[in-house]
Design a protein around this ligand. Structure first.
Ligand code: ATP
Length: 249
């Protein structure tokens, strides 16, 4: 039959005390598809991301990755099943070099990655693969610098390299452009555009232009609830989305 979707979220909800942060959200991501999730502050995007990554457990609903129910699995188990992800609050080792950060990330990751490292064996190979990842995100020249010396934008590029070195089968990006300058945003946008088309990507992003420019489909949420899912053009032209983003209400 047809290959299982990369991700299926069904009826997902999360309640914090009196706040329904996420309310009955469903979405699915086909193999190789890129999907954006947009919405204003407090829409529930971060909470949705955390549930998919496994950082927090949902109050209701289920999450499937490649046909497997992962709702109750830890972040580590999900990572081993192929989830690569970035973090809203940086997860980098600031006093270590850029290259060493990627090498550390290379030791975690999916079984495919583990087998790869075991077969390839040596430290040299880890270094080689990590160097390749740094090249692919345009950070090769900074490999021996400490992370603390990188700009904000370069740190985001590094986080993507670290997510990729685990050879993920799905990539979750959590507001990658938050806090970046216009120039840094352009660099990041190119980087994401150039990722392999076979890799399914879920991109949570407050910046509507960026999210719409990078994805095949977009979901907009507000106050924890689903507003619309469609192509970038459909979502851009949706009356509620216009109201939310242009403040016309
Ligand atoms: P932003 O763009 O500001 O990150 P968001 O769309 O990511 O917003 P969330 O951070 O998911 O939104 O928050 C959704 C709602 O849930 C908000 O009202 C928020 O205050 C609430 N919330 C989120 N996390 C918690 C928590 N740990 N405890 C209590 N309430 C929370």
């Amino acid at each position: 039959g047809a290959p299982a979707p990369a991700l299926v979220v069904a009826g997902l909800g999360k309640r914090y005390g009196g706040v329904q942060a996420v309310d009955d959200i469903s979405l699915d991501l086909a193999p190789g598809e890129r999907m954006g999730v947009i919405g204003p502050n407090g829409a529930g995007k971060t909470t949705l991301f955390k549930m998919i990554a496994g950082d927090v457990g949902p109050t209701t609903g289920t999450i499937e990755l490649f046909g497997r129910d992962v709702t109750k699995l830890s972040t580590a188990r999900r990572a081993r099943l192929g989830v690569g992800r970035t973090f809203q609050v940086s997860n980098l080792f600031r006093e270590m070099t850029v290259l060493d950060n990627v090498r550390v990330a290379a030791r975690g990751g999916s079984p495919k990655a583990r087998v790869f490292w075991r077969v390839q064996g040596r430290r040299d190979e880890v270094t080689q693969e990590s160097t390749m990842m740094l090249e692919s995100v345009g950070l090769h020249a900074r490999r021996d610098d400490t992370v603390a010396d990188l700009s904000h934008g370069e740190q985001r590029q590094l986080e993507i390299a670290m997510a990729l070195v685990s050879r993920p089968t799905i990539l979750l990006l959590d507001e990658p452009a938050a806090g970046l300058s216009a120039v840094e945003r352009t660099t990041l946008r190119r980087l994401i555009e150039e990722l392999p088309r076979t890799l399914p990507i879920l991109l949570i992003e407050h910046d509507m232009t960026l999210a719409l420019g990078l994805t095949d489909r977009v979901m907009c949420m507000e106050n924890g609830k689903h507003v619309v899912t469609g192509t970038p053009d459909e979502v851009r032209d949706h009356p509620t989305v216009k109201e939310i983003y242009l403040g016309r209400r």
